[in-house]
Design a protein around this ligand. Structure first.
Ligand code: FAD
Length: 380
């Protein structure tokens, strides 16, 4: 392991890997990435890997649109010999109340104003896109064809390989145990494999970002919580888009399995990633209600990972005023995979003091103290 680096990145998920690549691509090649387990063993390797641009917050729309455009060309951009398997089958968002229809109508207007070609559609139109949909109780839907799904392992691997080729040192099974700060400046990162002298550290530690913050004496309003996924046996193609509502989501993977999940409002704070029987029963019922054809398909496995929630369900990107050289890409609130490609570009630009492609000042940690919350309304 190197004894010093211009930038040390903590976390080998999509946020850390994408930033590592972008730093090196922008000319900063003296970068060390530290991952306590294997690469993408955190939320990135456990996510549903849905990619959507249908948000209700301008910032999230812009981050998601930028990310989606990068994903469309990522194989070529990173000269990847594999395939990130980006399938743009769309997201069909089901709206069950008049209030939801009004809110999502506004979201579509915002999305359209930003160049995202989403549409508010009738239930009849939705049935043409998803013929197996049970229309009961659905008032209207929104649809955006360019939303979709990518393979999180392939995307992360593509970034990791490209970063390494450009000179980034990636150390797996290397846990950051402390960070030394002198006169409010970062000076050293301590790991279970040795020390690295550095003045710049990116905290991209996902559900463990709070622990990294404690090492430099900074508290974050982050709440990790367990989210589970259920997977079925692979079957013939039955579903094109991701079907989603505020209650549940379900999509069919390219190899035929269905993948589904929902946010349990009673889930306590914590980094528990065990699976529960209750989840399997509840999610299966919810999904079979909207897609009854799935009731005869066998479940093959389930797993869990962490969402890292912020009070306004928008990420925290930027610097920390109290500690010079400490940067944050945390709190993605369940959307960090789809925002990852743009997160990497913006964090690299920010760390290198370049003009950022999308201004991220409103996503800073200070917004919570200032009471300037971002408030994303389109969350599942
Ligand atoms: P992570 O991938 O969690 O990476 C952080 C890494 O830091 C981990 O590998 C961890 O081991 C490492 N680390 C922590 N502490 C230390 C330390 N002290 N030293 C060294 N390394 C350390 N997002 C979407 O966009 N679309 C979806 O459809 C979607 N579905 C999801 C479904 C589920 C069930 C879950 C759990 C999440 C889902 N997400 C989804 C959210 C998404 O997975 C995350 O937002 C995203 O992966 C965050 O990436 P990250 O790189 O910031 O964090």
């Amino acid at each position: 392991m190197k004894k010093s680096a211009e930038v040390v990145i903590i976390g080998g998920g999509i946020s850390g890997l994408s930033t590592a690549y972008n730093l090196a691509h922008m000319g900063c090649k003296d970068v060390v990435l530290l991952e306590k387990k294997s690469l993408y063993s955190g939320s990135t390797g456990r996510c549903a890997a849905g990619v959507r641009q249908q948000f209700g917050l301008e910032m999230n729309c812009r981050l998601a649109k930028g990310s989606c455009e990068i994903l469309e060309n990522l194989n070529e951009l990173l000269d990847y010999e594999g395939d990130i398997e980006f399938k743009q089958g769309g997201y069909l968002w089901l709206l069950h109340t008049d209030e939801e229809v009004e809110l999502y109508k506004k979201n579509v207007q915002l999305q359209n104003s930003l160049g995202i070609k989403s549409r508010l559609i009738t239930v009849e139109e939705a049935l043409k896109i998803v013929p197996y949909l049970n229309p009961e109780g659905i008032k209207a839907c929104t649809f955006h064809q360019k939303d979709g799904h990518a393979n999180p392992f392939q995307v992360s691997q593509a970034y990791a390989q490209a970063a390494k080729r450009l000179g980034v040192e990636i150390n797996i099974f290397t846990e950051v145990t402390d960070i030394k700060v002198k006169n409010n400046h970062i000076v050293e990162v301590l790991t279970d494999k040795g020390k690295i002298a550095t003045n710049k550290v990116l905290n991209a530690a996902g559900a463990f970002a709070k622990d990294i913050g404690k090492m430099v004496g900074v508290k974050f309003p982050l709440k990790p919580e367990r989210h589970q996924i259920l997977v079925t046996e692979p079957v013939e193609p039955l579903l094109g888009p991701m079907v989603i509502s505020t209650d549940v989501y379900c999509q069919q993977e390219p190899q035929g399995s269905f993948l589904m999940g929902y946010g349990d409002p009673n889930e306590p704070e914590g980094v528990d990633v065990s699976s529960s029987w209750r989840f399997m029963e509840v999610v299966a019922k919810k999904v079979c209600k909207i897609l009854p054809i799935l009731s005869n398909i066998k479940v093959v496995r389930q797993w869990a990972g962490s969402y890292t929630m912020t009070p306004d369900v928008a990420p925290i990107l930027g610097s920390v005023p109290e500690v010079e050289g400490f940067y944050l890409a945390v709190g993605f609130s369940g959307h960090g995979f789809m925002l990852g490609p743009m997160t990497g570009v913006l964090m690299a630009e920010h760390i290198l003091g370049k003009e950022v492609t999308i201004p991220i000042d409103k996503l800073d940690i200070g917004r919570f103290k200032r009471g300037e919350l971002m408030r994303e309304p389109a969350v599942s």
